[in-house]
Design a protein around this ligand. Structure first.
Ligand code: TNX
Length: 532
């Protein structure tokens, strides 16, 4: 009885204050992924009211676009109007002066949220952080009646690596434009900035090339398992590039060569090595050097292939027609690709002679350079002379990464044992391969790109990329099961510093992210390592 008056007063005070502003989850417990460089929570609450508006400070098309993006992100679940203008507002996006960088600040006080950066990309990342600081109900696509509260405080953030990528293999199983866009949305929310499209392989050619139409007419028809393939028209590709670019994601198109080329070899007989007369004048050769019976100027096209084993195909690296072809393809791709990179593949060319392989990779890099782009290739390309600015994508062999480094070239880190999204989680996973490893969520999280490979240090590394190969993956549901939650772990490996990362903390934040994915309808893998 003695305390009852006091208790009553406390309860009354609490309920009055909660009537005014419902309390929010503190900023550092909201579940932001990737973890920002610093979060300094304060004890207040910001509430997004029905009258909320967005104020833009600065100028430029990109600023208006991120303003519209924020409004569009908040409108469906809140049901608020959220006008965007240069008039004073509750949500401020400020483009500050200075050299453009991806660094941003989110400053949340009880009456205003201000996101500032020297670039529109930075503002976009700030928006993604803000959305993840809001109640998970913000993910709904129709109006929810709830208090849209955010804990106050200051978040400062910037990425660890400049290149944060994911790859979709649209060759083994074709992936529709719609599904690629859906994946891009998730990439954007995790602050990825490069989408690598693996556009050709033994089992399919997926990009329309106007000067070589049979690539898609024939080579685009198939996919793994014998189901019907498909391809992106140039318009489709441009649409993907634009959709990605609106989310500050740069597309890197890959034509895998000289191996992994069966679909092209099935489309055009002349690209096949066959058993051919070498180019040039060989009239002085003695008959004894060549068995004229097996000479074949017009090799047969390869058969279309829908299996999984690879390593059996190669372009004819000694024929000029091959380089005419490669140049035509690269020229058309470059016209559609604003980003700086063309990926030239180069992996597992097991039936190309070593010298031929080196000659081919060097010539193809020259073509890419001629059209003003830089080459990326799987780590094997470092066995050739690398052009300045070419990037070796480390997936298998450390010695290749070292060769790239020794040539003064940078490395993109995609170690198959950690970064491959097509590896099974464990032996019971319903999809996936396991030639490299079983990769549980904590395995994809617990590694450090800067110390992963002996002799490869932070300054040698351009960034991190998570490839999703699709031999076993046929539709959106399969993509989601393999990519999520691991893509979020790899986003944090690529964005956040080693000092800020901790599995214990991530495992709590990913559980909150899981609630968001449930609302989004994303069929992620419920790793037993997490209390969902
Ligand atoms: C190896 S990684 C490949 C791909 C396969 C993948 C399956 C790389 C450069 N080559 O062709 O799809 O393994 O995990």
């Amino acid at each position: 009885m003695k305390y009852s008056l006091w208790t009553f007063a406390v309860v009354a005070a609490l309920s009055i204050s909660s009537c005014q502003t419902p309390s929010a989850v503190p900023l550092d417990e909201a579940g932001i992924i990737p973890i920002p460089s610093s979060i300094a929570p304060t004890s207040g609450t910001f509430e997004l009211e029905p009258s909320a508006s967005i104020q833009l400070i600065g100028s430029g098309e990109d600023l208006s676009r991120v303003g519209a993006f924020l409004a569009d992100r908040l409108r469906p679940a809140t049901g608020f109007e959220i006008p965007v203008s240069t008039e004073s507002g509750d949500l401020v996006l400020e483009l500050t002066s200075g050299a453009a960088s991806e660094k941003y600040t989110v400053d949340i006080s009880s009456d205003q949220v201000k996101i500032s950066s020297t670039s529109a990309a930075g503002l976009y990342y700030g928006i993604q952080t803000l959305v993840k600081a809001m109640p998970v109900a913000i993910e709904n696509t129709s109006k929810v009646d709830t208090d849209w509260v955010i804990g106050t405080g200051i978040i400062e953030d910037q990425p660890e690596f400049a290149y944060r990528g994911s790859m979709l293999d649209v060759a083994r199983h074709f992936i529709s434009v719609e599904d690629v866009k859906h994946y891009i949305d998730q990439m954007g929310s995790l602050k990825f900035n490069f989408l690598h499209l693996h556009l050709s392989d033994d089992q399919g050619w997926r990009i329309e090339i106007k000067s070589w139409p049979k690539l898609t007419e024939i080579g685009g028809k198939t996919e793994v398992g014998g189901t019907e393939g498909g391809f992106f028209s140039q318009e489709d590709y441009v649409e993907i590039v634009k959709y990605a670019s609106d989310r500050f994601i740069t597309v890197v198109p890959e034509i895998d060569m000289p191996g992994h080329t069966n679909a092209a070899l099935a489309s055009y007989a002349e690209l096949n090595p066959g058993v051919n007369l070498p180019d040039g004048d060989f009239s002085t050769m003695s008959e004894g050097k060549i068995d004229f019976d097996i000479l074949d100027k017009n090799p047969e096209p390869a058969e279309l292939y829908t299996g999984i084993e690879v390593g059996f195909s190669t372009f004819a690296t000694n024929k000029e027609i091959t380089y005419t072809f490669v140049e035509d393809v690269i020229k058309e791709l470059v016209e559609l690709t604003p980003g700086p990179y063309i990926h030239i593949g180069g992996d597992e060319s097991h039936v190309t002679e070593k010298d031929d392989y080196i000659y081919f990779v060097e010539r193809v890099q020259e073509i890419v350079t001629k059209y003003g782009k830089k080459s990326i290739g799987w780590d094997e390309i470092a066995t050739a002379k690398l052009a300045p600015g070419s990037v070796a994508q480390f997936w298998a062999l450390e010695e290749n990464a070292i060769l790239a480094k020794e040539q003064g070239n940078q490395i993109l880190m995609s170690p198959a044992k950690r970064a491959y999204l097509d590896m099974q989680y464990d032996s019971t996973s319903r999809l996936g391969l396991h030639w490299a490893a079983y990769i549980e969520l904590d395995d994809s999280y617990n590694w450090d790109p800067s110390t992963y490979a002996d002799g490869i240090n932070k300054t040698d590394i351009l960034g991190v990329e998570a490839p999703l190969w699709t031999e076993t993956i046929a539709n959106r549901s399969d993509i989601e099961y393999m990519a999520f939650p691991r893509l979020a772990a790899l986003a944090e490996v690529a964005w956040s510093s080693k000092e800020r990362r901790s599995w214990d903390d991530f495992s709590k934040r990913i559980a909150i992210q899981g609630k968001r994915w449930d609302i989004n309808g994303i069929e992620f893998y419920r790793s037993p390592k997490v209390l969902w």
